[in-house]
Design a protein around this ligand. Sequence first.
Ligand code: ZN
Length: 525
Amino acid sequence: MSDKRTVAIYDTTLRDGTQGEGVSFSSLDKIRIAEKLDEFGVDYIEGGWPGSNPKDVSFFEEARKREWKHAKIAAFGSTRRADRKVEEDPQVQTLLDAQTPVVTFFGKTWLLHVTEVLRTTGEENLAMIRDTARYLKENGKEVIYDAEHFFDGYKDDAEYAISTLRAAKQGGADIVVLCDTNGGTMPDEIARITEHVVAELDMPVGIHTHDDTGVGVANALASIAAGACHVQGTVNGYGERTGNCNLTTAIPNLKLKMGYDCRTDVSKLTQLCHFVDDLANCAHNERAPYVGRTAFSHKGGMHVNAVQKLARTYEHIEPATVGNSQFILVSELSGQSNVLLKAEELGFELEKGGKEALGILADLKNLEKEGYEFEAADASFELLVRKALNHYRQLYTLKEYHCTTRVRREGAESFETCEATVKLEVEGEREYTVAEGDGPVNALDAALRKALVPFYPELEAVSLTDYKVRIIDSRTGTAAKTRVLIDSSDGQNTWGTVGVSYNIIEASWRALVDSFEYYMLRSRS
Ligand SMILES: [Zn+2]
């Protein structure tokens, strides 16, 4: 039996989370999120379903090239099909092809599903679970068995439901996970059933819940309190319908309120929440527990000093514990520790309260007021820090850029071209280049490259892999600002940059220039 005080965190943002409406990630986004989750300290990262999605296959290819500090990468799939040998099942084969240390597979618990959906017998279903676990174990995998519809199945026929878990155990599964797939179970039922399973099975048990009745997190916590030692969920609660168990809430509860040992670094929780929202291009949930903007906000009107004294009596934890800050106060200190932490990650030692740290903080606050967000724009943030610390060399001076769009219609057909010109000074020479592209950003990218590549040939390796646009403060209508996030890659590393302006072309230009500048500074230092 595992130690009850330790709870393993299993993140499925990249698989179950992407079932959510409006949530989709490119395979490079997925890598960046996985890296962030690894740094944060989750134990397992479920990367996707290789048998159902080619994008997930390329994620696993990329994941293999990387060294993970703590997390283990898991591929997800299902049992072998009915009446087929597990060795000959192509779907099971894709799970091995993903070459992950961990494989999670799901199977049926509920006889109704076995007979109506799978159209097979209860016996064959047990064999499917047992064979799949055994075969994956024989291939050296850590095996996690997800018992789909476990609670509904249990309420229908408890004995059969438990026999499906036994089948997984007989096959050698390392852990069985009870899934509330439809999300309709209440916390007291979850606790009672978990307790029964733990007593019956004598093996590690995990929990996977959904938030259909608003108790996704409560259900996970109830199960843990009843003896489960592994919790599955997603960052910000992404997931189909109303979402999965929100790890951004569950983790601090487990750690700070219930005293369980999870290896995650909760001081990076707010940062993680923003990072994932930014890559998903989702607006932050301002009222999210722990990590929302208003989680520790207090209505103003009182003298700042008094609030500072009073705040503690009105806050259930110190905001900095989860990387958040009080909202009404210009929270010099908590904001500063974030800056120090990030600067340190970049190899710069800053003194707390020193002129440099406060200077960066002031720049940051101003930019944030303008609509900048740096969580997913690590490269823009690094440039900001470098400039403040004079670890920056201007590589060229921009004189002017110009960009036009021409649309010509001939009958039913229309032709679009964009043309961009760039004038700049580089290494004392004036460059004046022109290029065409499918769109304005594409044209500017091409013209800027033309001007810079003769001086910085390494730029040819850089490609823009993703481009996201978000309108900020839509209340102001047409005067709304645009935030552009660009992801770039040189085939090995990826980095993010950000630009904000009333003009979408200018916002894009700023993000583009940052990307090139960052790469040139990095490769020349
Ligand atoms: Zn699920």
